[in-house]
Design a protein around this ligand. Sequence first.
Ligand code: SF4
Length: 394
Amino acid sequence: MRVAAHTLGCKLNFAETSDLLRRYAQEGNTIVDFRDEADLYLINTCTVTAVAEKKCRAAIRQAHRQNAAAQIIVMGCFAQRADDEIRRMAGVSEVWGNDRKGLLAHSGDERTRTFFKIQDGCDYFCTYCAIPYARGRSRSASLEETLCAARRIAAEGTKEVILTGVNTGTFGQGNGEQFLDLLRRLDDVEGILRYRISSIEPNLLTDDIIRFVATSRAFLPHFHIPLQAGSDHVLQMMHRRYSTALYRDKLEAIKSLMPDACIAADIMAGFNGESEEEFDKALAFVDSLPLSYLHVFTYSDRPGTAALRMDEKIPVPVRHEHTARLLELSAKKHRQFADSQLGLRRPVLWEHTDHDGRMAGWTDNYLRIMRPYDEGLVGTIEEVVISPDNLVDE
Ligand code: SF4
């Protein structure tokens, strides 16, 4: 059977799709490109924005156009939320809920880096977010099972592992286990040279975790800490579990131990009730933080969420204007961070992709570096002096 897959949304979805494809390949099926004719199309969907849902519908229609006789299996968060709508679409043979997804998965198309899903679901119910409804409550495999999966990843020759989850820091909470204990044990897994934590909520990033990362063998000075809003009033409206002061404390704790750490933040533009004055202040607050760049999202009403029913909607053009200003700030922060690293020597893990005779790699603190292609360097770590010539301006 020819099997093709299309994935939308987060790294978790990508890890899950890769796992499924690996299983289909092991059973003797041929994996083909999603643009090709296949006998089975797997579509792993996302519901985070209305745009993501539109892309899911388009992918289903594309698969059906390419082969009207093919089976189409639709899974993921949009499938979970809009099961009935998707079942009615032409060509769809099965709709899988998120409960059919495994608790451990990893992406497998890279020889050097992999996204390793260690946790699923979330109990936080932030008012704008549909994920707890789509993915269910926080859950994870046991620490020992997770370690076994990490050892298998090491045996495949993967050098860098990015720990991924919906609310990663809640790993183990249903099993009486701690995220920090998992980090400590993973650090001892032979063969894995580097770990990154894909994202962790500020209230779960304890000082012990920060100290551990600073002194560990393989955890890198790279953090992704969702902020979402730069004012306490909006954070409360969002039901986030921290204040702007706590957020700043965490960043300062990181920088005091790891001055060259890269720190990224998610931030949302145009959430209900954020006045123009509040937005200006929030922008100044974000600018004052030692952040390296931002992931900017534009608020959109999601079915089933508490924010949908809130008043004081921000007009859509204003949401887009705030998004543009945040993106501008992100570019400035990234330039400042990259400039601060010029002339420093940082370890780079070289990847296998040949970009027209050049190869790329990431420093420990997440700067993209390029050099002429050398097959012998793939999967190795080299100390590189950062310069305007080798730095990729992303
Ligand atoms: S922490 Fe909040 S934003 Fe993140 S998945 Fe859970 S509910 Fe959504």
